[in-house]
Design a binder for this molecule. Structure first.
Ligand code: SF4
Length: 442
């Protein structure tokens, strides 16, 4: 804080987050470092003392958006040279040299393992205007002792592990986030208890490869079991697992604990064995389909969603139809669908048989069209049935309606009666449109 004309003036910060939930969680960690240093959050970046962009490198689209944003900020920086502009996260890790050369007005570049440096940087900023760059990856940093500054709400994200050792050939994460490291079960349970005390009732455990979680005290199933026992926790979710690491033990824990949601996000990426091998996904089409059968054996009503990449280098029309075939066999409830985008530095970016942009676009559109049919098919099966719904927010379309989620993660809209946000209520499904269900309280 600084004193000015007898008034205490608090310095302010603005964080813009791009990309995945892991980045949202990291921004909350960064916020807690800033607040411990006396800074306060502002929603007006024009007047902020510190602007941090927490960036994503997963696709070139995400990087281009950050470049454009930084160009806008250059103008602000000219007007207020004291403003601190920082690039955090995966782009900082991946593109620090390019950023330093092309955007000299960026004061701070910090990789995902360097956020503990923030208080020191803010302190030294009071004395000098030096640039600060630290993108060293750590084998140990898990921010174990630090709980993020969260906004209030229904769901809190809790990071349980960082990094990834799987090295899928299309993915930049192992390079920008480093090796896998897990927090202790004890510290995660404590963080979940603190979240419940703050009023959250749903927890989503988060990790680049969430079910690779491994500690001397137990692996992912033991952690899930321990967290599900926290008093007051109404719903427990996790994302994203790797199909390879889903086993009977995990499915048994999900079956046994009623507050663990009946939903698995199971990234397929592609359906052809040759493409899966080239992606280094370490499972075949048959193994994936067998896993789905196993999941349904333990959890018959489990909703299954997925990630799909179309147009991976060398993918033929026939190989793409294997992806459509798996989607049809599993009847995915929903998919996150992407055209392959080469990430410099990854193995697949060096493959010489890149697929034509038009072909990729065409395959993406065909997959989207199929997914619409599958979602509708799954949702129609719910009509007439009653589900438990967590009331999460007012519907965007009407102040007289709530929007909430089934434990399978589908959104349902229904008329308000006497319930309030965070209530678990029974709703009968009456209709479906797009990806949304419509129902009534019973
Ligand atoms: S499992 Fe594969 S896609 Fe997922 S973060 Fe690791 S390398 Fe990337």
């Amino acid at each position: 804080m600084i004193l000015k004309e007898n008034k205490i003036q608090t310095k302010s910060y603005f964080i813009e987050t791009y990309g995945c939930q892991m980045n949202v969680y990291d921004s909350e960690l960064v916020a807690s470092f800033l607040e411990k240093s006396g800074y306060q959050s502002t929603s007006d970046y024009n007047s902020a003392d510190v602007i941090f962009l927490n960036t994503c490198s997963i696709r070139d689209n995400a990087e281009n958006t950050v470049h454009r944003k930084l160009e806008n900020l250059a103008y602000l920086k000219k007007q207020n040279p004291k403003m601190m502009i920082g690039v955090l996260g995966c782009m900082a890790q991946n593109l620090k040299n390019e950023l330093m050369e092309s955007k000299p007005y960026v004061d701070v570049i910090l990789g995902p393992d360097s956020y503990r440096k923030i208080p020191e940087i803010l302190e030294s900023r009071n004395k000098t205007n030096n640039h600060f760059v630290d993108t060293k990856l750590s084998k140990f940093e898990i921010y174990e002792d630090l709980f993020p500054t969260r906004k209030s709400g229904v769901n809190a994200w809790v990071s349980i592990m960082r990094g990834c050792d799987k090295f899928c050939t299309f993915c930049i994460v192992p390079f920008t986030r480093g090796r896998e490291r897990s927090r202790t079960i004890d510290s995660i349970v404590k963080e979940v208890e603190a979240c419940i005390e703050q009023g959250f009732i749903e927890i989503t455990l988060l990790g680049q490869n969430v079910n690779s979680f491994r500690t001397p005290d137990g692996e992912f199933p033991e952690l899930l079991d321990a967290v599900s026992k926290v008093k007051g926790l109404k719903r427990l979710r996790y994302t994203s697992p790797h199909p390879r690491d889903i086993d009977d033990h995990l499915l048994n824990v999900m079956k046994k604990n009623k507050n663990i949601c009946n939903h698995i996000h199971l990234p397929l990426q592609a359906g052809s064995d040759r493409i899966l091998k080239r992606m280094n996904r370490t499972y075949s089409k048959k193994e994936f389909l067998d896993l789905v059968i196993k999941i349904k054996k333990y959890l018959p009503d489990c909703s299954i969603t997925t990630d799909i990449i179309v147009g991976f280098p060398g993918e033929t029309e026939e190989e793409f139809s294997d992806t459509l075939d798996v989607a049809e066999k599993v009847i995915f409830d929903n998919s996150f669908m992407f055209k392959y985008s080469p990430r410099p530095g990854t193995k697949a970016a060096g493959y010489t048989d890149q697929v034509d942009e038009e072909v990729k676009q065409n395959r993406l559109e065909r997959y989207i069209a199929l997914q619409k049919i599958l979602t509708l098919k799954n949702n129609k099966l719910k009509i007439g049935k009653t589900f438990e719904v967590l009331v999460e927010k007012e519907s965007k379309k009407s102040a007289n309606q709530w929007a909430g989620r089934l434990d399978g993660n589908m959104w349902v809209v229904f008329d308000k009666t006497n319930e309030k946000i965070k209530d678990l209520v029974k709703v009968r499904i009456l209709d479906t449109k797009g990806i949304t269900l419509f129902g009534e309280r019973v």
